[in-house]
Design a protein around this ligand. Structure first.
Ligand code: DQA
Length: 152
């Protein structure tokens, strides 16, 4: 049997993790985060498919592709940190709703303790769950959450 995939999508500026505002986001790089996701996925006998883009349209295409993979039974869903597009993108909201993709929304920082413009998320109403403010550990917790949800 082929292993199911868990998609891990990171949006704009998350390629800068490790050097970007370390007081907010820490010193862990995106490569470290992706390695954490791969080893967490392995614990569930899954394969992590990790992708990052600074482009909204690319993220929309991947959400649609991940939704098709989930519908085909090849994927359990997606861990998604959409970065600043979280707070601006109706199109990503529509992509999640339209594709039926099971999304756990992740934010490394506690967006609710930061500027007011970060308090609203267009993704949250379309997400199965949200993990906020637990640092990069939130990605691993999101994969564990997908394991719980996919059993339910
Ligand atoms: C972020 C929070 C967003 O407000 C910000 O634009 C990011 C990262 C986080 O992981 O804490 O790029 O999603």
């Amino acid at each position: 049997m082929t292993a199911k995939h868990v998609w891990v999508l990171n949006g704009p500026n998350l390629n800068l993790l490790g050097t970007r505002e370390p007081a907010v986001y820490g010193h862990t790089t995106l490569a470290d985060v992706e390695q954490l996701c791969r080893s967490t996925a392995e614990r569930h006998a899954w394969v992590a498919d990790c992708r990052q883009s600074n482009h909204e349209g690319q993220l929309i295409d991947w959400v649609q592709e991940a939704g098709r993979a989930q519908a085909a039974g090849a994927s359990v869903g997606c861990v998604f940190n959409a970065g600043a597009y979280t707070h601006t993108s109706v199109a990503l909201h529509d992509a999640i709703k339209g594709s039926g993709l099971r999304v756990i929304e992740v934010h490394i920082s506690n967006v609710h303790a930061r500027e007011a413009f970060r308090h609203h998320s267009y993704l949250s109403p379309a997400a199965a769950g949200i993990i906020v403010g637990l640092g990069v550990a939130g990605y691993a917790l999101a994969i564990d959450a997908l394991a719980q949800l996919s059993k339910a």
